[in-house]
Design a binder for this molecule. Structure first.
Ligand SMILES: C[S@@+](CC[C@H](N)C(=O)[O-])C[C@H]1O[C@@H](n2cnc3c(N)ncnc32)[C@H](O)[C@@H]1O
Length: 225
C-alpha cells in the first residue's frame, strides 16, 4: 500500500527500522512465554527490574499503519508543536517530524522523550540519517520531569508508553490547544492498566472527547474540546 510520506529515503530507513522492530517481537513473545512457564508475572505494565533490563534495548516501535495515520493527522492539523511520550529508537518520531517538515510551518518541532540513554543515542543517529534532526527536540530523562514545560501550545500528542501514560498526559494537558489531538496506543489490549487514564479523559473538567479506533490493540483518538 502506498505510504503518505512520499519520501523514498525516509521510507527506506523506516523499512529497515520496522523490520528490526518486528524481529524483536518474537524475542518479546519468547520472553513472556518463558516467564509464564516459570510462573512469573506476565503483565506488560507491572515491570519488575528484570523486565526493565529486558526492554532496555527493545524498540517496540509503533505499527506502521498507526504511524502513517499520525502523519496524516499532523498534516491535517498543520501541526507545529508535537509531543511524543516514548521515543525509543525514534521510529514514530520520524513520521511526526516528516509531517512537521512537510507542513512548512515556522518553528515546527517534535518534542520527544526517552530515559534509556542508549536508545536516545540510536534515535539521534536515525534522526540525522533521515535529515530530520532540525525538527526534533529529544529530551533525555524521565518524562515526569522532561515534559513539565513543553514551551507553548501543542497541536498533537502521541502517547506510546505503557507505564506512565497518565503522568505524560497530565503534564501536557494544560498546553493542548482547542482541537488538539492525542492518540494513545494499545488502550484496548491493556484496558485494565489504562483505567485511571480513561478516568482522566472522561472527566468533563479536562475537556476531552475520546473514542477507540479499531487498529490492532486499540488506538485511542482523543480531541481537546
Ligand atoms: C513503546 S516505546 C516507544 C516506541 C516509539 N514511539 C516508536 O514508535 O519507536 C516506549 C519507550 O518509552 C521509554 N520510557 C518508559 N518510561 C519512560 C519514562 N518514565 N520517561 C521517559 N521514557 C520512558 C521506554 O524506554 C521505551 O523506549
Amino acid at each position: 500500500m502506498a505510504s503518505p510520506l512520499n519520501d523514498p529515503k525516509l521510507e527506506a530507513l523506516l523499512d529497515r527500522l520496522h523490520m528490526q522492530s518486528d524481529a524483536q517481537v518474537a524475542e518479546i513473545d519468547a520472553y513472556y512465554a518463558r516467564r509464564e512457564h516459570e510462573n512469573m508475572p506476565v503483565n506488560d505494565i507491572s515491570f519488575d527490574d528484570h523486565t526493565h533490563r529486558f526492554y532496555a534495548d527493545k524498540m517496540v516501535a509503533l505499527d506502521r499503519n498507526k504511524a502513517e495515520f499520525c502523519y496524516q493527522l499532523c498534516r491535517s492539523l498543520r501541526a507545529t508543536r508535537v509531543v511524543e511520550a516514548g521515543t525509543s529508537f525514534g521510529v514514530s518520531t520520524l513520521y511526526l517530524a516528516a509531517a512537521v517538515r512537510d507542513n512548512q510551518v515556522e518553528n515546527g518541532v517534535v518534542i520527544g522523550t526517552e530515559y534509556e540513554p542508549k536508545k536516545a543515542e540510536i534515535a539521534r543517529a536515525n534522526f540525522k540519517e533521515a535529515g530530520l534532526s532540525e525538527f526534533i527536540e529529544l529530551r533525555e530523562g524521565d518524562l515526569r520531569q522532561t515534559l513539565q514545560d513543553v514551551g507553548g501550545p501543542v497541536d498533537f500528542m502521541l502517547v506510546d508508553i505503557w507505564e506512565v501514560a497518565l503522568p505524560a498526559l497530565e503534564r501536557v494537558s494544560p498546553s493542548l490547544r482547542p482541537g488538539a489531538i492525542v492518540v494513545t496506543d494499545n488502550t484496548a489490549v491493556d484496558a485494565g492498566e489504562y483505567r485511571d487514564y480513561f478516568k482522566f479523559l472522561n472527566d468533563p473538567s479536562n475537556r476531552f472527547r475520546t473514542m477507540t479506533l479499531p487498529f490492532k490493540g486499540g488506538f485511542e483518538l482523543t480531541v481537546r474540546v
